[in-house]
Design a protein. Structure first.
Length: 256
C-alpha cells in the first residue's frame, strides 16, 4: 500500500522548492497547472495535466518511488471552473469524490511508493489554517487532511524556509509519533522522504553502534550525511541522540 503525504503552504512559502534535492530520475512529477519549477532540475518523469484518469494511470506506470502532485488544489479548482455554469449541488459531490478517489488510489500502489500532494492553505472562519478547497459545499463532503497520516506545512521564519511537523493549534499539521523530534525541520522533501522510508521500513536501517537504535534523520541531515559525519568525527556510526550525549559529556569534562 502506497503512502499519501500532504504538504500545505501559502504561495511562495517553499512547497515546490522543497523538491529541489531529488535527482532527475528519483522523482516523478505531476504538474497540475504546468507552471515552471523554481529550480533547474528537469525531472525525467513528468506529466502536465489536471485530468484524473491520466494522473491515476501515470501514478501506476511510473517506476519512481517518490511522486509529487504539485498544486493539487487546482484539480478541484479547475474542475469547478469548467463546471461553473452547472446549477445544483451534484458538481460539488463529484469534485469531492474525484479528489477522494485519487488519494485513495495511492493505496493500490506498491508499499515503497510515496505520493506527495502539494497544496495551498486557506483560513477558515475561525482563523484556522487548512487545505484549500472550493468552499463549504465541498468541505461538507470531505476533510482533506483526514485522508493523510502525514501533513506538513511550509513556513518562513527570519528568512529561513522550514517545514512544521506538528500543529501549533491553528493548523492541521501532524506526523507519526517519533518520526521527527523537532517542531520545525529543514524545507527539504528529500530528507522527509528518507525519514519516512526508514520509519515505515521501506528501506534497510542502519543501527547506531552505541545504542543500537536505527539512525534517523534529524530533520536537517539525511541518514547518509549523519553516518558519514559521525564515522569521520567519532570513528563509528552514531545516531544524533548519542552524538548529543557525547557532546554533553565532553562539555561537562571541559568545565571541570
Amino acid at each position: 500500500m502506497g503512502l499519501p503525504v500532504l504538504i500545505l503552504g501559502f504561495s511562495g512559502s517553499g512547497k515546490s522548492t522543497s523538491l529541489r534535492n531529488f535527482g532527475a530520475n528519483e522523482l516523478a512529477l505531476v504538474n497540475v497547472n504546468g507552471k515552471p519549477l523554481p529550480f533547474r532540475t528537469l525531472f525525467k518523469n513528468q506529466l502536465k495535466s489536471d485530468d484524473y484518469t491520466k494522473i491515476t494511470n501515470f501514478l501506476k506506470s511510473t517506476k519512481c518511488k517518490a511522486i509529487a502532485i504539485d498544486d493539487a488544489q487546482y484539480l478541484m479548482a479547475n474542475e469547478f471552473m469548467r463546471r461553473a455554469k452547472e446549477t445544483g449541488f451534484q458538481k460539488f459531490t463529484d469534485i469531492g469524490k474525484n479528489f477522494w478517489a485519487l488519494v485513495k488510489s495511492v493505496e493500490a500502489l506498491p508499499d515503497d511508493v510515496i505520493v506527495y500532494f502539494l497544496s495551498h492553505i486557506e483560513c477558515d472562519e475561525n482563523g484556522r489554517e487548512k487545505a484549500k478547497t472550493i468552499g463549504k459545499l465541498l468541505d461538507e463532503k470531505i476533510t482533506v487532511e483526514g485522508m493523510f497520516t502525514v501533513v506538513l506545512k511550509t513556513l518562513v521564519v527570519d528568512k529561513q524556509y522550514m517545514f512544521a511537523t506538528q500543529t501549533d493549534g491553528n493548523d492541521t499539521c501532524k506526523t507519526p509519533l517519533g518520526l521527527f523530534e523537532n517542531m520545525y525541520i529543514a524545507n527539504d522533501l528529500k530528507i522527509v522522504d528518507e525519514a519516512l522510508r526508514t520509519y515505515y521500513a521501506m528501506q534497510s536501517e542502519t543501527k547506531c553502534e552505541a545504542c543500537g537504535h536505527p539512525i534517523m534523520s534529524d530533520g536537517k541531515r539525511t541518514v547518509e550525511q549523519i553516518i558519514d559525519g559521525t564515522t569521520k568525527n567519532y570513528g563509528k556510526q552514531l545516531c544524533m541522540h548519542c552524538v548529543a550525549k557525547l557532546l554533553s559529556e565532553k562539555k561537562k569534562a571541559t568545565e571541570k
